[in-house]
Design a protein around this ligand. Sequence first.
Ligand code: PMP
Length: 426
Amino acid sequence: MPERSVAELLELDRRHVWHPYGPMPGRREPLVVESASGVRLRLADGSGELVDGMSSWWSAIHGYNHPVLNEAARGQLERMSHVMFGGLTHEPAVRLAKLLVDVSPDGLEHVFLADSGSVSVEVAVKMCLQYWRSLGRPEKQRLLTWRGGYHGDTWQPMSVCDPEGGMHELWSGVLPRQVFADAPPAGYEEAYAEHLRSTVERHAGELAAVIVEPVVQGAGGMRFHSPAYLRVLREACDAHDVLLVFDEIATGFGRTGALFAAGHAAVTPDVMCVGKALTGGYLTMAATLCTARVARGISRGEVPVLAHGPTFMGNPLAAAVACASVELLLGQDWLAEVERIEAGLREGLAPAAGLPGVRDVRVLGAIGVVQLDHAVDMRAATEAAVREGVWLRPFRDLIYTMPPYVTGDADVARIARAVCAAAKEG
Ligand code: PMP
């Protein structure tokens, strides 16, 4: 393999590689990462290491190059890295499904192992639409969500992303037409709860499901809302024959201070999506869980199968690492770690509130957000963080962090300093 210099890699990257939400050829120079260990990313240009403030988009909760996850991957690699899932099964997938059923809210019993968060949302939507078709109610085929959400970049998930968020506006008029309630306010407001109830009731005849991110809206704006709205939605859905889907892809596995954000409200959805931290960020795998009611409904239909079966469904390597990651999480006092990071972020981000141009500072679990009153200058903000030795990825008017749970106190403080510096310069 030819050894390429960093400059050569960057030139080839610019010419040939698509990056998320990137133009072709690329405009901005990415940083080249050579390796990663613990909470540190080592850069290939010899400039040193960055503390990871992003957990590779919510996923690397245990940090990088973790011996337990490495061993799970290595052990499974020696046995079988992949095998088709149609007509065959294997221990890692079965063990993972059982583990997910055991740790998720009571009542979720069946697990579809998808290969990305977006696909798990596609599967969730398909489950809901098919459920009502099977019951002879094909008119129930729309989704209700609240504004400000984000559920992925494939077709159905895009249709329930924030319609004004700018991410998917290109496709307005082409995407399935869904029903949008107002975005949830930060605190609890009875008037908003009533708005949710009446919107569900008004559209119930055409609604297959309500789909929301519980407690934290992530990529749509990093907003936090009261768990009480989840109970309002559960009651409204039950009263009006509508299924309830929670997208826990970002919030799952402890990030908000509950194993799943639904736990803050003690609500069980009919369908739940998980991803990102499922494999500790090692491999691409997500899952859609549903209740026996949903599964039985689908199985009673004219087409009694869920017609979805991606090539890499149930990938054994990813499943083995996912089992190791979930067991690693449950085998430690993860809540104490998340609360420790929460306290560190609260303290470290407090000075940001006094900065000019800062609209809001908010912290929940191992998530810290500084919201500006203007669009962030991404390059200036990122460079300010890098000067502090920290990797952040600001967007829109937001500078935010969700560090790995293994981030030590000094590194949490450093991340908070970097967020403040980025807010000052961005
Ligand atoms: N739902 C939520 C809440 C997410 O945060 C994301 C990823 N940002 C997705 C769905 C899509 O997941 P993926 O990027 O793995 O397709």
